[in-house]
Design a protein around this ligand. Sequence first.
Ligand SMILES: C[S@@+](CC[C@H](N)C(=O)[O-])C[C@H]1O[C@@H](n2cnc3c(N)ncnc32)[C@H](O)[C@@H]1O
Length: 217
Amino acid sequence: MSQQPETPTLAQDGHTSRRFFASFYERTSRSSGEKSFMNPLRKEVIDQARGLVLEIGAGNGLNFAFYDPDRVERVEATEPDSAMLGFARARAAKARVPVNLTQAPVEKLPFADESFDSAVVTLVFCSVGDPGRGLSEVRRVLKPGGSLLMVEHVRAHGAIAATMQNIITPFTKLLAGNCHWNRNTEKTVIEAGFQIEQRRDIGGFMMPGVILHVSKA
Ligand SMILES: C[S@@+](CC[C@H](N)C(=O)[O-])C[C@H]1O[C@@H](n2cnc3c(N)ncnc32)[C@H](O)[C@@H]1O
């Protein structure tokens, strides 16, 4: 990976065009290491999705292959970055369920209140500009009792690891598509009023993660 920081082209409505990051992500996601670590986590989360599903920050579309037509009727996939959307289109066309792609940030979802049975989010909230606002948008568009299904890397529990994350974060924001390595996403999810149904810790010292199944109470 080149060390050149990438300044995204920020457009109206929170749209971006991070071409360098999208190409890097596409290349990395074809590696066997990424697939063997992430694919079981993607499957675990997406197996819980039902009915009409909202996918947020779909990136290059790596989750699309996991949606099962026996459980999922349609996926409305949102992604604010035009370069990522370019890669996602090909994967949407090959999915086993209909996948509609829309360019939008999670802070401003172009959907009516109480539209979706499930929302899927994988590795997104570390990069979102305003996570609190994004999560309240997810709550707004989920039906009562709907599920938010997440895989996120999160803030380390230990003081030493969390301090190291704080030191690294300015660089990951610049080089990795605004990734805030040190973000306490689980806390923000609870503050947004979701109820935790299931959680599982994954990963380790500097990059702990969590799988969350939360519901709109
Ligand atoms: C690390 S990638 C993950 C992509 C995909 N979800 C996956 O699991 O491979 C992070 C994604 O979050 C998207 N993102 C950044 N800010 C966002 C926002 N405000 N709303 C929605 N998605 C956002 C980025 O454009 C990028 O596609």
